[in-house]
Design a protein around this ligand. Structure first.
Ligand code: SF4
Ligand code: SF4
Length: 83
């Protein structure tokens, strides 16, 4: 199962260029046409499940507007030993 991730977009930096939208492998990003940033751009947001936290969007963003988070799953530990 792929990792679960999510992103935060800084409205002060995003200029709606859509480079991250094109680069996202599972295609979960789009511009939010219902909001404007303080500079008057439509900011990017996640529109569906499937973000893996791969961080490609953050790497391609020319304005460092994206912070990526990835869920960390705990390692399995033995709770009973047989034979
Ligand atoms: S690449 Fe950066 S500036 Fe461009 S739309 Fe994505 S978050 Fe905004
Ligand atoms: S972290 Fe990866 S999967 Fe998630 S929005 Fe960014 S490019 Fe897409």
């Amino acid at each position: 199962m792929p990792a679960k991730g999510w992103i935060q977009v800084n409205d002060l930096y995003c200029k709606g260029c859509e480079l991250c939208v094109a680069a996202c492998p599972p295609k979960v990003l789009a511009l939010n046409m219902e909001r404007l940033t303080p500079k008057g751009y439509h900011p990017v947001h996640i529109v569906k499940d499937g973000c893996t936290g791969c961080a490609i969007c953050a790497l391609v963003c020319p304005d460092a507007a994206i912070t990526v988070y990835r869920e960390v799953t705990k390692a399995a530990v033995p709770v009973a030993a047989g034979g």
